[in-house]
Ligand binder design. Structure first.
Ligand code: FMN
Length: 190
């Protein structure tokens, strides 16, 4: 896995600020799994909390419920095909790391593997789970955050390939974030 810098838990919220897709990794009884997720939500600074909505039918729902940990691995636009595979095939049909051509990497704080090809990773421990509708909201406390310097230096470098985040438009449509703007007064006057 490329060398990534360890950041503070609250950097997790800046990592999720532009609403990127994530690959959720989990592990149960030595069986790793991956699931694409778009329904992610920063929930608090101290402790640093993030929310993730998972449908009860997903294998990931079972693994995260039983293991009480998960990681959010942030992919860039070049991983679109693998992300789509992880969002359309269930881990019940086989090893999704192999199906999607992704590489497991050791996490710092949890047993579940990270996805080496992703540029940032949020390792989380489940502190609550609530049902509001047909998905359950898992609340994760951020235990460790890793990010590649070229991709994230306190802000996502969305104008470079290393930081081009992947977003979901619905069905099989995706978009890569490519422009950043600064709303400082001098920029607005200029
Ligand atoms: C772009 C995209 C975003 C998705 N976001 C979510 C999500 O936030 N929550 C969810 O439960 N399923 C989501 N899904 C569906 C799951 O990723 C999909 O059902 C997956 O096959 C579940 O895998 P599993 O059974 O191995 O856990 C999404 C799918 C795609 C393609």
């Amino acid at each position: 896995m490329a060398t990534k810098r360890q950041l503070q838990p609250r950097d997790a919220l800046r990592l999720l600020a532009p609403g990127p897709l994530a690959l959720v990794s989990s592990l149960y009884h030595d069986h790793p799994n991956l699931m694409t997720a778009g329904w992610l939500l920063p929930l608090g600074f101290e402790p640093t909390l993030v929310g993730l909505a998972i449908h009860p039918g997903r294998l990931t729902h079972e693994f995260v419920t039983k293991s009480e940990v998960f990681a959010l691995n942030i992919p860039t636009a070049d991983l679109m095909t693998a992300v789509h595979t992880c969002g359309t095939v269930s881990g019940r049909e086989g090893d999704k790391f192999a199906t999607a051509g992704l590489t497991p990497a050791e996490a710092l704080e949890i047993e579940a593997p990270l996805v080496a090809e992703c540029v940032a990773h949020l390792e989380c421990g489940v502190v609550d789970r609530r049902s509001f509708g047909d998905h359950d909201l898992f609340v994760g406390r951020v235990l460790s955050v890793l990010a590649l310097d070229e991709a994230f230096d306190g802000f996502w470098n969305v104008e470079t390939d290393a930081g081009r985040l992947l977003h979901h438009l619905g069905a099989d449509r995706y978009a890569g974030l490519g422009r950043a703007y600064k709303a400082s007064p001098e920029e607005l006057e200029g």
